[in-house]
Design a protein around this ligand. Structure first.
Ligand code: NAD
Ligand code: UDP
Length: 339
């Protein structure tokens, strides 16, 4: 199948391009590199042996998106393209609503008009907010978003659901709610490329280990968890990429009793504390990471991890790569980009 991958030069998109190719699909990247670099295509060429077909442009530009749909026989779409910095979204809400909602509406509109049957959307565990119980199930309520970024994921899910249901069977779609993606391709040739100071734990940790940052601050050790630090569900980006292939396979399958639109958690089902993650990194890499306890970060929730039963049962997917490998893969990637 020819699969349009919007945001395919980004962190999760680039790993999905690799897994799509390995599964026998033909990925077609659409990205304007606003949060990625063209050198990602070199990394992909190294892994795949050839350069994936790439259209450089903006997903909110309907004319541009139309030219891509006219030029290619697209069978399915994976829509990653979005801005993702929570703090920036609070400062610049319209930037986020325009880009994240605008790109979804534009790409979805072309998807429908061109009769494309399958659409996978990048949602996020952030839609659950502070959960009432753990592990989090898909049937648990979504909580009011605490940032415009989080709101774009809730609105995005609703747009996709309504559009799918109104298409009267022409479109089937899945929203994947990602927990915390980490890690990099084992070759060390593609990975996360945070621009500026990283907000996320693992890139901050690997940059500290590489000597680029003085010390990692652990945001709070007074949470109601075993060691007082926050708990998250860290999932290897290659496992996450494979979940997209499982979602597409399901959408392309002929089972008609499945809902036209559905949501799935994509996590390991295991929670890891910040302190445990730092310890695991140090043990697995043999590298000490200077760190100190700091105050809580505003807006952080204490614990968040997935119940991953639904995706295992229905899509036959489950996470396979252990945290130890995710951290050594992140470290290999960090060393390659620091060198
Ligand atoms: P990323 O920034 O690495 O990748 C996104 C890509 O989309 C970038 O290459 C960027 O240049 C491109 N892009 C953005 N807007 C565009 C536009 N209008 N036109 C063309 N290209 C555009 O981010 P990522 O971590 O790979 O995230 C991918 C998706 O997953 C996003 O929708 C994000 O919100 C979602 N998500 C990410 C995480 C995470 O922790 N990384 C967690 C949950 C959900
Ligand atoms: N965190 C931390 N120090 C950092 C960055 C993050 O202690 O420099 C913690 C943060 O408080 C959270 C966890 O690491 O508990 C994961 O944070 P991240 O920003 O990676 O993902 P989130 O789950 O917040 O989206």
């Amino acid at each position: 199948m020819n699969i349009l991958v919007t945001g395919g030069a980004g962190y999760i998109g680039s790993h999905t391009v690799v897994e799509l190719t390995k599964a026998g699909h033909v990925p077609i990247i659409l990205d304007d590199f606003r949060n990625s670099r063209e050198s990602v295509l070199d990394g992909l060429e190294t892994i795949l042996g050839s350069r994936p077909k790439t259209y450089v442009g903006d997903c909110t530009d309907a004319d541009f998106v139309e030219t891509v749909f006219l030029a290619e026989q697209i069978d399915g779409v994976i829509h990653f393209a979005a801005l993702k910095a929570v703090g920036e979204s609070i400062e610049k809400p319209l930037l986020y609503y325009r880009n994240n909602i605008g790109s979804l509406v534009t790409v979805l509109d072309a998807t429908l008009r061109h009769g494309v049957k399958a659409f996978v959307f990048s949602s996020s565990a952030t839609v659950y907010g502070e959960p009432d119980s753990l592990p989090i199930k898909e049937t648990d309520p979504r909580k009011p978003a605490t940032s415009p970024y989080g709101n774009t994921k809730q609105i995005g899910e609703d747009i996709l659901r309504d559009t799918t249901l109104a298409s009267a069977g022409s479109l089937r779609s899945i929203a994947l709610r990602y927990f915390n993606p980490i890690g990099a391709h084992e070759s060390g040739t593609i990975g996360e490329l945070p621009l500026g100071i990283p907000n996320n734990l693992v890139p901050y940790l690997t940059q500290t280990a590489a000597g680029l940052r003085e010390r990692l601050t652990i945001f709070g050790d007074d949470y109601e968890t075993a060691d007082g630090t926050c708990i998250r569900d860290y999932i290897h980006v290659v496992d996450l990429a494979r979940a997209h292939i499982a979602a597409l396979d399901h959408l392309f399958s002929s089972e008609t009793d499945q809902p036209a639109y559905d949501v799935y958690n994509v996590g390991t089902g295991h929670g890891t504390s910040v302190a445990e993650l730092v310890e695991t990194f140090e043990r697995e890499t043999g590298v000490k990471v200077p760190h100190a306890i700091g105050p809580r970060r505003h807006g952080d929730i204490s614990s968040c991890y997935a119940n991953a039963d639904k995706i295992r049962r229905t899509l036959g997917w489950s996470a396979e790569i252990p945290l130890s490998q995710a951290l050594t893969d992140s470290w290999r990637w960090q060393q390659n980009i620091t060198a």
